[in-house]
Design a protein around this ligand. Structure first.
Ligand SMILES: [Zn+2]
Length: 416
């Protein structure tokens, strides 16, 4: 254990620094309801920009256009630009794509784009990046496609995040502690905020490195809030001390992992690593089941009914036009009656026509919603039997599988 810890510490101090892009959501000020006062908003912006400047960080800020209330808020955006940061579109009203029709969502996101784009042009800048509100990219294939088509049409790039965290959740407690002048409460929030962020960053980085089999570049999600204004200096100092190097959007996004973003329809927003991991789990499940089907076809073709049926669950249900058979042994007996001998069995092929790999939400150890594992899988396949001297027999089958140890077993099979 000690050796592992030492190795981990050494790798932090000797490995080349890991590029990390800082992105900041909900400009001009996040949790604006808590910060109605212009002076308060300005003070938060000063704090955030001060911490970024101190650590020489080139950030990308994402603007909720309807939250830019007045000249004072425009001045905050100008301050970000003057400090060398880039501004991206975070929609007009921050609508949740999961709970909004695609057309209405696109219209809102486009209003945000048009507003910010005009603002940027008058300041000699252009708009490149988009950040999905709540990181929700679409809960259906149709919504996913509608959002992506709009991004392509309007020349914006989805700036995905890799390091998800709950920094926004500390804002109300921070503001309450600050306004009541309770120094002990303030330092308690600081302690919790930094601890939670460090854990989230560490755990997401381990996930990314495992997925890419190399130190993965990272995109950190922060919010433009008061708890950040007070604590980013400490956070950035910790990042510098733990092998990170603050990088530009262009440098980080040049990594091939950002070239083609995964298509994962989901009701909740996830980091890139969680999306990639979910798709990898899906691909793994299909590959494993495809291998199982191939082994089954081979067993059938060599006349081994026992091996063919070994992947059926003890309590499997088999449905055919002649009725319902329950139990693996009963399925074996049925096959033996209908196909007495290898010649009658012929050569079997199974061609999968469609897969379903449903998954739900799970909660990570850090309390984040993450895509859950795949515990069951169903498929539709065409089966074909080739037997010398007789015409091919063919039909369809619907197979439902569940996990058994490291593998899978068939629990239901409807063949016709
Ligand atoms: Zn947001």
């Amino acid at each position: 254990m000690l050796v592992l810890v030492l190795a981990a510490l050494l790798s932090v101090t000797t490995a080349p620094a890991r590029p990390l892009l800082v992105t900041v959501d909900d400009l001009p000020v996040a949790a604006g309801g808590l910060h109605a006062d212009a002076a308060d908003r300005r003070r938060i912006a000063d704090g955030l920009l001060g911490a970024l400047a101190k650590h020489h960080i080139p950030a990308v800020g994402f603007v909720i256009w309807s939250h830019v209330r007045d000249e004072a808020d425009r001045a905050i955006l100008e301050q970000w630009l003057a400090a060398g940061h880039e501004l991206g579109n975070h929609s007009d009203r921050h609508l949740n794509l999961t709970t909004t029709e695609a057309d209405a969502w696109v219209a809102d996101a486009e209003r945000g784009r048009a507003g910010l784009d005009a603002f940027l042009r008058t300041h000699g800048h252009s708009l490149r990046f988009f950040r999905f509100p709540y990181l929700n990219e679409g809960d259906t294939e149709a919504k996913l496609e509608a959002a992506r088509a709009w991004l392509d049409r309007s020349g914006q790039r989805n700036l995905t995040i890799t390091l998800d965290d709950q920094d926004w959740s500390f804002e109300a407690a921070w503001v309450a502690a600050e306004r009541s002048g309770d120094a002990a409460a303030r330092s308690a929030v600081t302690e919790d905020y930094l601890a939670a962020l460090k854990l989230s960053i560490r755990s997401a980085e381990a996930k990314g490195d495992a997925l890419l089999s190399r130190p993965a570049p990272q995109v950190l999600l922060l919010h433009a809030n008061a708890v950040g204004a007070a604590n980013w200096d400490a956070l950035f100092g910790w990042l510098e001390g733990t092998g990170h190097r603050f990088a530009t959007a262009d440098e980080v996004l040049a990594d091939p992992v950002f070239a083609r973003l995964p298509r994962l329809a989901a009701t909740h927003g996830f980091s890139l690593w969680d999306r990639l991991a979910a798709l990898e789990r899906e691909a793994d499940a299909r590959r494993d089941v495809q291998q199982l089907l191939d082994a089954q076809s081979a067993a059938w073709t060599r006349g081994d009914v026992e091996a063919f049926c070994s992947v059926y669950a003890e309590d499997a249900a088999f449905v055919s036009p002649t009725g319902l058979t329950r139990g693996r042994q009963q399925v074996i007996d049925r096959y033996r009656r209908r196909y007495p001998g290898r010649e009658a069995m012929g050569a079997l092929t199974l061609e999968v026509l469609e897969w379903r790999t449903p998954w739900g939400m799970e909660v990570s150890l850090l309390g984040d919603a993450v895509p859950g594992g795949i515990h069951s899988l169903s498929l539709v396949a065409r089966w074909t039997l080739k037997r010398p001297g007789s015409p091919d027999a063919t039909g369809l089958t619907l197979i439902v599988l569940r996990r058994r140890g490291d593998g899978w077993e068939i629990v239901q099979d409807a063949s016709m």
